[in-house]
Design a protein around this ligand. Structure first.
Ligand code: PMV
Length: 300
């Protein structure tokens, strides 16, 4: 049976500004999605854990369109795909991109087609576009990439060499968020005050620059400070929520080096930078007392 995997992602700094060309610092997560593909009398995509199945329909709902796009681009017919996400959806962790990459890889493997990384990313961007509207491509770059990457629309994903793994705790605020809606809200804010929002984006880009230098130098204290400063700028764009602030306060109280909204915001997840693996476990346990799921992880 042909199989494929895609990774989730965590944005350490730079979300939203990255849509407008600024840089983002992100990590590819071990957690992601898996898919298998087999021959069947008619093509179908099944997601048993969400009790969802979809036929390929170019004019259909987002999932039907996305699946149709993959099959058409790869020239696949009569293929049944079963996919499993291991990430919460609508949480800022790139669940849909991870699913897309897993499904594209499974279908390509089923056909015996070798995909270049560029083609994989192009198809994944097409998939993700069905769900997210205007997307920077950071999700699909991480889903098909590895390590810690500095990403921009212009340069794509550049894996950074860091002297040590970054230990993180990620907690869900208990409410989901739609990336398309949050991206649209930021676009409205930018239309209302172009100079002000461009100024915030420039500050975020500068923080990403100093954070990536800190990450490469192993200076986790400076990285944490940059994450906190980035959170304040996201808050200024009204992207934090009470639930996210409660998680953030708990993490800072527990000694997190930095803690911020990750992904689209307006709900979804918080990411906290820990001293080491044991500290990340303590931070995630503390967040799990407030809302679930929460987990400790690392990017390297
Ligand atoms: O919420 P997610 O995992 O889709 O991340 C969104 C990140 C944004 O910068 C808000 C949008 C994008 O496409 O980069």
């Amino acid at each position: 049976m042909a199989a494929g995997r895609g990774r989730g992602k965590v944005i350490l700094l730079g979300e939203h500004a990255v849509v407008y060309g600024a840089r983002a610092l992100a990590g590819a997560l071990d957690r992601g999605a898996e898919a298998t593909a087999v021959t069947a009398s008619r093509s179908q995509l099944k997601l048993p854990c969400w009790q969802v199945s979809a036929q390929p329909k170019p004019e259909g709902e987002a999932l039907e369109r996305a699946f149709a796009g993959v099959l058409t681009s790869l020239g696949a017919t009569q293929v049944e795909v079963e996919a499993t996400p291991y990430l919460p959806s609508a949480a800022g962790l790139g669940c849909s991109a991870a699913l897309g990459v897993a499904i594209i890889r499974a279908v390509a493997a089923h056909l015996g087609t070798r995909l270049s990384l560029d083609t994989l990313r192009e198809l994944a961007a097409q998939w993700d576009g069905c769900f997210h509207g205007r997307a920077s491509g950071v999700d699909t770059a991480a889903a098909s990439g590895e390590g810690i990457g500095l990403f921009s629309r212009a340069t794509g994903w550049q894996t950074l060499k860091t002297p040590q793994a970054l230990h993180l705790a990620i907690g869900h605020s208990g409410s989901g968020s739609s990336t398309a809606e949050q991206v649209a809200r930021v676009a409205e804010a930018k239309a209302a005050d172009p100079a002000g929002v461009d100024g915030l984006f420039a500050e975020i880009d500068a923080l990403v620059g100093s954070a990536s230098e800190a990450a490469q130098a192993g200076d986790t204290a400076a990285l944490g400070e940059a994450m906190n400063a980035n959170h304040a700028l996201l808050e200024a764009l009204s992207l934090s929520t009470e639930g996210l602030e409660a998680l953030r306060a708990a993490c800072l109280d527990e000694g997190a080096l930095g803690a911020k909204v990750t992904g689209a915001g307006g709900g979804g997840c918080l990411v906290a930078l820990a001293e080491d693996a044991a500290h990340a476990t303590r931070l995630s346990a503390r967040m799990a007392r407030i809302a679930e799921p929460a987990f400790a992880t690392h990017v390297a």
